[in-house]
Design a protein around this ligand. Structure first.
Ligand code: NAP
Length: 288
């Protein structure tokens, strides 16, 4: 049981965590801070936070657990702003979609207190951002990847695990680099492709007529193209090396399929489609 959650970034992810932790009876009060005072005020009015803070440092003051739920590019500045109040007794976590850059930022900004920081990435979310979409059930049954480093304090790691389990998460631990390589393949690349695909259609004359005819296949394939531009700009840039490696593999695969189509090689094409189907069909989302 925590005394006070200091929430920095009262949006979809942070707001959902606050609502779920309160519902689980794991925290007495939530003090929140967001960049725009209007967001912080909305979070209080919606009952996501109990008290509005006017700075990140103020949100941390008196808190025994702190969650950073800001765009990954804002991690370092935020940690620098709060570092004077971070002690061995405070658990500090994030929810950022990339981990190598976040861990590097934590080492630089928290220095000897970096052990209090437990890097986390919940495999949950939606395209719609903002506190009005916060949902106490968002983390229910979803994997939460924790990427501890050698200096992470065991006591804080245990508390982080308990907090995520209390909000319904299924905790998986791995190294930051392994996280970034895997997530580039299953999340960052599909987003890049969805953006490219939509722009490829939109750049054609007759695009509106094409889109008017689209059905469920298009809906499923393109859903994530509606994601938040700022958030995804930051993520794609933060995981550049792994993302570009995955993009190269994708190009090779696409080129091979195009060659089969161009050659009219139905047998080869069917083999490739069968292979894809055999991997996709039995797949189930982790944690559920
Ligand atoms: P969001 O709904 O837009 O919320 C982000 C919040 O952070 C907003 O309230 C924003 O405040 C605030 N903020 C931005 N810069 C800040 C700063 N410098 N200091 C304090 N607050 C700041 O976005 P989200 O979907 O919750 O994403 C937050 C994090 O979760 C990102 O790092 C993302 O990588 C990660 N994540 C997202 C998903 C997903 O599906 N959405 C999934 C997994 C992980 P204003 O309203 O004032 O701008």
């Amino acid at each position: 049981m925590f005394k006070q959650l200091g929430l920095i970034g009262c949006g979809l992810m942070g707001g959902s965590f606050a609502l779920a932790l309160k519902r689980a009876g794991m925290v007495r009060s939530v003090v929140g801070y967001s960049k725009s005072p209007s967001t912080t005020e909305r979070a209080r009015k919606l009952g996501v936070i109990d008290i509005e803070a006017s700075s990140a440092l103020q949100a941390v003051s008196g808190s025994d657990v702190v969650l950073l739920a800001v765009p990954v590019a804002a991690t370092e500045a935020t940690l620098k702003a709060i570092r004077h109040l971070v002690t061995r007794d405070i658990l500090v976590m994030d929810v950022g979609s990339t981990k190598r850059d976040v861990v590097d930022a934590a080492r630089r900004s928290l220095k000897e207190q970096v052990g209090s920081f437990v890097p986390c990435h919940p495999m949950a979310g939606k395209e719609s951002s903002g506190v009005e979409h916060a949902d106490a059930d968002l983390y229910q049954g979803r994997q939460v990847i924790i990427t501890p480093i050698e200096r992470t304090l065991v006591a804080q790691l245990k508390k982080a695990q308990q907090a995520w389990e209390a909000v319904g998460g299924v905790v998986v631990k791995m190294a930051p680099d392994a996280h970034d390589a895997a997530i580039a393949a299953v999340s960052h690349l599909p987003h890049l492709l969805a953006f490219a695909y939509m722009n490829g259609i939109a750049g054609q004359s007759g695009a509106d007529d094409f889109l008017a005819l689209a059905g469920p296949g298009f809906r499923d394939f393109s859903r994530i193209a509606a994601s938040d531009p700022t958030m995804w700009r930051d993520i794609l840039l933060a995981n550049k090396t792994e993302l570009l490696a995955q993009s190269r593999k994708f190009r090779e695969s696409l080129t091979a399929l195009e060659a089969l189509v161009a050659a009219g090689n139905g047998e080869g094409l069917a083999t490739q489609i069968r292979q894809a189907r055999e991997v996709r069909e039995p797949w189930r989302m982790g944690g559920t």
